[in-house]
Structure formats: structure tokens, C-alpha cells
Design a protein around this ligand. Sequence first.
Ligand code: SF4
Ligand code: SF4
Length: 377
Amino acid sequence: MEATELRTFAIDNHLFRCIQCGKCAASCPMGFKTILNPRKLVYQALVAGEFDPKAHQELWDCTTCFTCSIRCPKEVDPGNMVIQLRSLLVQDGRIPGTLTTALKSIFERGNPLVMPARDRGAWVGDLDVKHLDDGADVFYFVCCTTSYDMRAQKVAQALVKLFNVAGVDFGILGEAERCCGSEVRRLGEQGEDSLFESLVEEWGEEMADYSYQRMVTTSPHCYDVFKHHYPMNGREVLHYTQYLAQLIQDGKLQFTNKIERRVTYHDPCYLGKQNGVYDEPRAVLKALPGLKLVEMDRSREKSLCCEGGGGRVWVEDPNPEKKLAAWRIDEALGVGAEVIATACPFCMQMLEDAVRTAGAQDKIKVLDVAELAAEAL
Ligand code: SF4
Ligand code: SF4
């Protein structure tokens, strides 16, 4: 980056507010396993006089958990700075090969998993689910991972069961649903003429034509991007834990089966730290008879990132010996939990991998909040 370009970048990202206190670096979970250091990046962008993002491949290590931005006492927002710097690498075509495959697949097939669009609604099977063509109160946005991943599909199936018991008028788009672009944006594929921009324009317009009052998402990533970056034309966007908590409060969901298990809750970063949704998932868990909710020390805004956000699930792990999710499973076992519950398909994948790697399947299970709630019906 040239000096003038660098100065504009520093101003746009409020880097001049930085006092180099190091809170961002100290709180960055990836600093535990890679050379990623947000304080140093801010310093270099500010002071070095020139800054070459190409020399900073650790930018791909960021999980976009935004812990750094939350902890920064000067509102510098280093998390967003990392995304902006990634954009420069993307513009230059310097992205890891696995990301190219995911982005190309989103463009061509509407999902990053190189799966055929026609199979997107296959998870429904013989469940009672209608298409949004007929209009509905709730547009249930399923998400790419939840649609195709056989483990995550169980979460969508549990939600359908819960919605039907509560008498919710909901519809899905099936094979017409497309990627929300959350991770595309966080990878830096944003701005003018970007893939993210085209998703917002085309997909956003398409969605606006359907008749519904509110959107309910499975994934905190879809929830975050629709809530903050799409024109929703006054329609409410809710994460499913928020919606279930409302249904429980309104007396539309009642539970009779006892869940006699000690459960701890892992806050997904995109739901908790980035959107302040801490209470609703816990309210759902507390409503389940017999369930004993125990908290890990690092919960709510102190929660540890699972490492799956910001496109990290599609990038090679720079240090596979150290996994944040493995650390998280140790913390859950430390509070005597038999179940670690979460509410995000990426967290689910990362935590389940960690349980398998540790050979701890007999000690702890990873379940989604929706699965526990459906079990308690
Ligand atoms: S926390 Fe904020 S002020 Fe402190 S070093 Fe990081 S960016 Fe600078
Ligand atoms: S967003 Fe998270 S992973 Fe990225 S630099 Fe900030 S604290 Fe580290």
C-alpha cells in the first residue's frame, strides 16, 4: 500500500485512535496458535509508512470472532480492519485455493460445498414443510451447511418438529434457497462488483418477492448478515433461539419429557459477542425439564471462539496440533458437563471434530439447543 492509500485506510478504520495497549492481541484466540496479532497489524499499518498485505498471510488465520473489537477500549475495530486487509488480497487474486473453490461454488451453485442446488431441500424427507411460494408468517432460512451436512440436517429436522408442535405457519425455499454470503463478506469478497454485493442485490431482491412477516435462521452467521447487511424491508430477522424463547414465553411450546443431563452452553461468536444474544438460548435450555445448566468460566462475552468462522472451515489449519475447540471441550468436561450445547452449525462441526479427536465420545456429546428442545417435547 502506498503512503497516501495507507493514510486513507488508517483514517477509514479509525486506526489513529489506537494506543497500542495490546488488549486486542491478548484477547485474540488465534494468537494462541498462529502469529496473528491485531495490535501489531494496526501498528504496522499506522507507523511503518508502507504496508504490504501480501506479506501478511496470517490474515487468513482470523476467525472474525471480533473479540478484539469488543475488547478494544478505543473503538478501533481491528476485526473489521482484518476484513478490509483481506479485501486487498482478494482484489489481487491472492486467496488460498480452497477458498477459490468455495467462492466459485457459491457463484455457480448457490452454496460453498460444491453440492447440487436441486438437493438443497432433500433433508425435508417426509416432514410436514410447505414452500414459501404459498406465503407464510415465518420464512425459515435453513443455511447451506444445515441443508447439506447430514449431522446439521438433524437440527433443521428438530426445528421443523418444534415449529409444527407450536403451530407456526412457516415455509422454506428448498432448492431455491441460496447462500447468504456471510462468510464471503468476512473473507473480504465485499464492496463494489464483489460476489457479496451481487448476492445482496440479486438474492435480496428475489427474497423480497415472497410473502412473509419474519425470517428465522438456523445459523447465527445467516442471522448476522441478513440483519445487518440486507435490505429486509421492515421484516424482522431472528435467530431460531430467539424465536423459540418467544414461543415458550407465549405458552406455545411446552415440554414434558425430562432431559436428565448436565448441559453447558457454548456461545457462538456471531450470536453472542457480535449480536448480544446470550439470554435466549439459555432461556430455552432452562425451560427443558430435568436439564441442569452449568456455565463454563469463559461464557457469554468471554466465550472462546470455536475457530470455524470467517471462512476458516474452508482454509487449511495453520497449526492443527492446537485446536481451540479441543480446549473448549476440556473446559466443558471441567464443569462436569455431559452435553455441550450450541446453536451454530460451524460450532457444531468444530466441537464434534474435537470430541472425536480426543476420543471423548463416551464422556460428552455435542448437541444443538434445538435438538435438546425437540427431545423434551
Ligand atoms: S485494543 Fe485497540 S487500542 Fe489497544 S492495541 Fe488493540 S486496537 Fe489499539
Ligand atoms: S477477529 Fe478474532 S481472530 Fe480475528 S484478529 Fe480479532 S480476535 Fe483475532
